[in-house]
Design a protein around this ligand. Sequence first.
Ligand code: FAD
Length: 318
Amino acid sequence: MKVTDYIKQSNDDTLVSFEILPPIKGGSIQAIFDSLDPLMEFKPPFIDVTYHREEFIYNRRASGYYEKTAIKKRPGTVGICAAIMNRYGVDAVPHLICGGFTKEETENALIDLAFLGINNVLALRGDARKFEGKFIPEKEGHPYAVDLVKQVKSMNNGDYLDKNIENGMPTDFCIGVAGYPEKHFEAPNMSLDLKYLKDKVEAGAEYIVTQMFFDNQKYFDFVKACRETGIDVPIIPGLKPITKKYQTSSIPRHFFIDLPSDLVNEILKAKNPEARRQVGVEWCTMQSKELKAAGVPVLHYYTMGDADTTKQIIEAVI
Ligand code: FAD
């Protein structure tokens, strides 16, 4: 079933969903099951699985020169989606990115997903590769998520890249996209970022999932600004508990978001790792309760494989 249908059928009850990462290559699917089994009691209607493009690594050779090799550290998104649907009977939402894909590779990936009975995708641009200063699309690829949304929408209309295909099977994907309550770091300003977000919705996106945030006011202001801009699709808040001290600098660095002083002070004051984790749990619980009271459609947790922490938060919220 589609994410938007779950939201429509929820009768304004707040749903709970999760995002997971494929394990590092060499890991087993059991790690995914171990991180999801304890959370299934919360009956998530859907589970997102992230996609990770290849990265360049540089190996020093005996000659002293460095050899550049492309490796995919976290393959398996589509396989994990199939495994989740098979084991739990829950819809899986694969993340689909522009980076590293030509339009034809995207089309073929969408055909595989449709054949597997997957009918939700989160359409994203992806980030620049490490060691590349900016996002570089493939020669025959998409530069922005909006272009990917348009391709999925075309396939939903039965239009394939090869115009000789007549009566192509129309796919039936519900398309989600990313939104940034604190602005995407490359956007010159919030109003332009919102304009591009509206473009994604007008191209066919049916819901938005936000970047994580730690101050709910940022989400409420974002939703208000979206509505004023004419974006009327559901906006699902993305939530992540801070559990470790280093995250007070790594999260702002990687995700270009602010952490409230109260949260950072409490984390820094905590005497040991368990006390720090507890601060993060309490903060995320407080955020979740307020968002639920405000009537958000879904609480979407970036679990990062930490089932215990996510479980503790949800038990306190529902
Ligand atoms: P876009 O919507 O294309 O926007 C990218 C930037 O370009 C923005 O600054 C926007 O304002 C600007 N822009 C958009 N359209 C135009 C235009 N026409 N002209 C000029 N500028 C424009 N990354 C992964 O690699 N794998 C994942 O699984 C993944 N999952 C994610 C899940 C969520 C919920 C979120 C919030 C992010 C996720 N990301 C993931 C990260 C995401 O790929 C990056 O944030 C990326 O830098 C931007 O992706 P986007 O889809 O928002 O891009």
